[in-house]
Design a binder for this molecule. Sequence first.
Ligand code: SF4
Length: 349
Amino acid sequence: MSAPAAAPPQPLPNTIAALRQQFAALGAQPAHAQRLLRHWAQAQPLDAGKRRVEDFLPKPLREALPALQRQLEGLVSLRSSHPGEDGSARLLVDLADGQAVESVLLPRDGLCVSTQVGCAVGCVFCMTGKEGLIRQVGSAEIVAQVALARRQRVVKKVVFMGMGEPAHNLDNVLEAIELLGTGGAIGHKNLVFSTVGDARVFERLPQGTVKPALALSLHSTRADLRAELLPRAPRIAPADLVDAGERYARATGYPIQYQWTLLDGVNDSEEEMDGIVRLLQGKYALMNLIPYNTVPELPYRRPAWDKAAAMARRLHQRGVLTKLRHSAGQDVDGGCGQLRARAADGSQA
Ligand code: SF4
């Protein structure tokens, strides 16, 4: 008689909800679970402060702490780090199943995290968009990117602007935001949810106990051009997007950040600048102009810095608070999705 087939290995929990269940099965009360998750999100050992509350943890949970520590640290691992001259560093981060995402250490204690492997929006200027969606990043894997970064340096701000569209992975992203905002030592307005705009975002974000700041990727004030550049973004008219953003800004008390990737000869015209003034003048908003990080594989080009600076100045003079931003890490040739793409084709690891 042949031996029964071994049960297939269970995938490790990659959501915070599943971790809470795992802790509860070991006898943890909700307060115990929150404390362990807080230590982890802050990159402290799970048994930090064990002369206090952990002394009173149920025995099975106490005994499981070393294994839990290894499990949580195994959610992500650093494959490679690519420092830039501006104080940023792009990190290629492996997930436990062999997929990889990118995080970026930003100047001034910021961190940009990825929320999906690949992305379904398909922005024509983005390497991540070329892959389509491969899988969702679990809420625990999102927080694990923060814990990993914190082992390298202080993180006081987390922006959800890496690979993926957070609105397409809303439950996981909001669960991560909730933990980071309640136990992760990140101020709520320093959690920045970035989206191309999706009705579900405007419904769900105001309901959370932690209300993040919102960044909306606009890229064009012309609905037809926006549909070309962001082919699978929800078809919300730019004016309606701005109206929804304005309501959220007034409700939370922090301005909406509009993201505008400047593509030479595509969305840097006078007509677009007039459109921005029409939409944003008098709004509780900040316009971030981000000259495109040229990718050799794609046909778009970065406008000259002087031209972009003049545009930012003119918008500012016309009543739109505008900042000209560097796209962090461009000097290491690692715009969003490029490190992963290079690693996948074997040309960089
Ligand atoms: Fe997705 Fe963002 Fe890339 Fe657009 S720019 S395809 S939303 S990752």
